[in-house]
Design a protein around this ligand. Structure first.
Ligand code: UT7
Length: 330
């Protein structure tokens, strides 16, 4: 009898730029204050990728190399690389191709996947399906976002939220029932009006007018998104537990998207999780979009044990949202 293949996470890598942008720094740039930012969002500082001609691939590449080093493999062994990002180096070609070139992953094919803040969850689910098909042995999913490239640093409602970073996981076949066990992914395009970038796509190509009107930055109606996010992320995480007949007691850790500490608290509460089971690094990195969840796994990996049940959960632009159940493999 052939054994069922699952996609196990066998290594995690990460990269955060050195430069920090603190709440004190932001106080000098816009009308805000540390107390407001911390109590409303949970963010104290974020990392910013500085330097000429540096894009998302300059964070994604070192994150994947970190992962290869930890697993003891050469990038040449990677079969496929999925790059989840809303800030690709260029509109085309795919940042996945650029990362593969930078790290020497000469045998890999790959593509970019864009699902805003749920990008990494969408990437894990599709990457796992490639492994489960039996056709690929080593699939990398990397979340890399240079949010500072699309943040308007004169808009106090968004510039306090976002940061730059990358995180990556390696997926490999497993026959012990470890790895990605279940995912519930959702999307609702009616959410587009609340969170988007107005220009730069085919609908409204870049022009002098769009640049002058600051339409190449994140546009967000924060309170509306908050309302959808707090319900969406908590509901889907609850649904995932129920359909797997699990309770909070069965879960070792929640690795949530880090958009707002209050959204994370609501999700943890719905799942019946105590605070020590929640991976939380929003205070140091802010919202790094596709990188938040792998960055949590990267920082928490020494605390994870083989067989631990871990739930990943996210909500983002689109709207997109979802939750994934993982049994840790090492
Ligand atoms: O990851 C992708 C998905 N995105 C999200 O999940 C983000 C969801 N939204 C949020 O996290 C929150 O809505 C924000 C953090 C963006 C905003 O927090 P809020 O509690 O919803 O605040 P608000 O927008 O309702 O603003 C409350 C007040 C307003 O002043 P008035 O009208 O009450 O006088 C704002 O003008 O706070 C003011 N305000 C600020 N004050 C100081 C807005 N931004 C700031 C600021 N500093 N940076």
């Amino acid at each position: 009898m052939t054994q069922k293949l699952t996609a196990a996470i066998t290594a995690v890598g990460g990269f955060v730029p050195e430069d920090k942008l603190t709440n004190k720094d932001l106080e000098k740039m816009v009308d805000t204050n540390d107390e407001w930012i911390v109590t409303r969002t949970g963010v104290s500082e974020r990392r910013i990728l500085k330097g000429e001609a540096k894009g998302a691939s300059d964070m994604g590449a070192p994150a994947v190399l970190d992962l290869c080093r930890k697993r003891g493999i050469d990038p040449i062994e990677i079969d496929c690389l999925i790059c989840c990002t809303v800030t690709p180096d260029m509109m085309f070609p795919a940042t996945a191709n650029i990362i593969c070139h930078k790290i020497g992953a000469k045998n890999a094919w790959g593509y970019d996947l864009q699902a805003a803040c749920s990008g990494f969850l969408y990437g894990v689910t599709t990457g796992a399906a490639l492994i489960e098909s039996g056709r690929y042995k080593k699939v990398v999913v990397v979340g890399a976002d240079k949010m500072s490239a699309i943040v308007d640093y004169s808009d106090r409602t968004t510039c306090i939220l976002f940061g730059d970073a990358a995180g990556a996981i390696l997926l490999e076949p497993n026959t012990e029932g470890l790895g990605v066990l279940d995912s519930i992914l959702k999307s609702d395009g009616s959410g587009v009006s609340y969170l988007h970038m107005k220009a730069g796509g085919s609908l409204k190509p870049a022009s002098i007018e769009t640049v002058t009107a600051k339409e190449h930055f994140i546009y967000q109606e924060g309170p509306a998104v908050f309302k959808f996010a707090v319900k969406g992320m908590a509901d889907v995480a609850g649904e995932l537990l129920e359909r797997n007949q699990l309770t909070g007691d069965d879960i070792a850790f929640l690795a949530p998207h880090q958009a707002n500490k209050r959204i994370i608290d609501a999700t943890a509460q719905r799942m019946g999780l105590s605070p020590e089971k929640v991976m939380l690094n929003i205070s140091r990195y802010g919202n790094t979009t596709s990188a938040t969840i792998p960055l949590c796994l990267w920082e928490w990996q020494s605390k994870l044990n083989k067989g631990d049940n871990i739930v990943l959960a996210a909500f983002g632009g689109g709207f997109t949202w979802g939750a994934t159940l993982i049994k840790w493999a090492y």
